[in-house]
Design a protein around this ligand. Structure first.
Ligand SMILES: [Zn+2]
Length: 273
């Protein structure tokens, strides 16, 4: 069954992963900007990273018939130095017209610090000024609920961002309800062991339904699985969910949310057949 993986860091994956994803039904992916596993030594390191995300990675994906889209930002882990972060933010607009850029992301909080919050607010404002979609990273472990609430408050305080154009990712059982209740979209990240497994995601879908929810692999350098989405499709099928439900969560919903940006287009080629 065809699917979209709306959150995967292909810069950290091999070309063989693209081949396996295509074989498993992947027609499109979106890749948010994130931490490189180390702190960049200069803001210009992000300039090169954004070029990679807007030039190199789409070409690598296209060789396997997969559409590649991206989100740009400075991630919260490197946002502690406000001067550094502002310099990165200053050249993001140069890339916003690139054909595969869907918006600002993954912004959010890491340690819920004051400086992280300042840069988060400035990037929410950037998205509002340039009418961009937003993809939000929420902190892991015990800070998740507090961080999710702080982020939602910052978005709503901006006053110029429609929650329906914001996806809050890495939700879990204790955060999904407040995210959906405020009108945001919610993403469930599937990891092989930690965080949300395919089984837990299926449980959450059974509890909260399928409106404004997507699933993704968030594949990166750590233990993660670029085939997590098709494996979750199988888990839902094993539990007896109909194909329409499985397709909605893994294809229809991401297509609907991402389609709010006119650049997101699966109409040519085999993607929408
Ligand atoms: Zn990520």
């Amino acid at each position: 069954m065809r699917y979209i993986d709306p959150h995967i860091h292909m810069i950290s994956r091999t070309t063989d992963d693209y081949a396996r994803m295509a074989q498993a039904g992947c027609v499109a992916i979106t890749e948010p900007a994130f931490w490189a596993g180390f702190d960049r030594s200069s803001p210009r390191g992000f300039f090169d990273y954004f070029r990679h995300l807007t030039e190199q990675e789409p070409a690598r994906a296209a060789a396997y018939g997969i559409k590649h889209y991206t989100w740009l930002c400075i991630n919260p882990k490197e946002a502690e130095d406000i001067g550094f972060a502002r310099e990165v933010i200053s050249f993001i607009p140069e890339f916003l017209d690139m054909p595969n850029v869907l918006g600002i992301g993954e912004i959010g909080l890491n340690k819920n610090s004051r400086n992280e919050l300042t840069i988060l607010e400035e990037q929410i404002d950037l998205a509002a000024r340039y009418d961009q979609l937003i993809l939000v990273h929420t902190p892991h472990l015990e800070d998740k609920l507090k961080g999710t609430k702080l982020i939602m408050r910052a978005i709503m305080a901006n006053g110029n961002v429609d929650p329906g154009r914001v996806l809050i990712d890495h939700v879990e059982e204790h955060t999904i309800e407040i995210v959906l209740n405020e009108g945001f979209w919610a993403g469930m990240t599937l990891y092989p062991e930690t965080k949300c497994t395919a089984q837990r995601a299926a449980d959450i879908i059974e509890m909260f339904g399928t409106e404004r929810i997507w699933i993704n692999s968030a594949g990166d350098w750590g233990p993660s699985d670029p085939l997590a989405v098709p494996k979750a499709q199988l888990e839902l099928a094993r539990r007896g969910h109909p194909p329409q439900t499985i397709s909605k969560i893994s294809y229809g919903n991401p297509k609907a949310f991402l389609g709010a940006c006119s650049k997101f287009d699966l109409s040519d080629g085999m993607a929408d057949a």
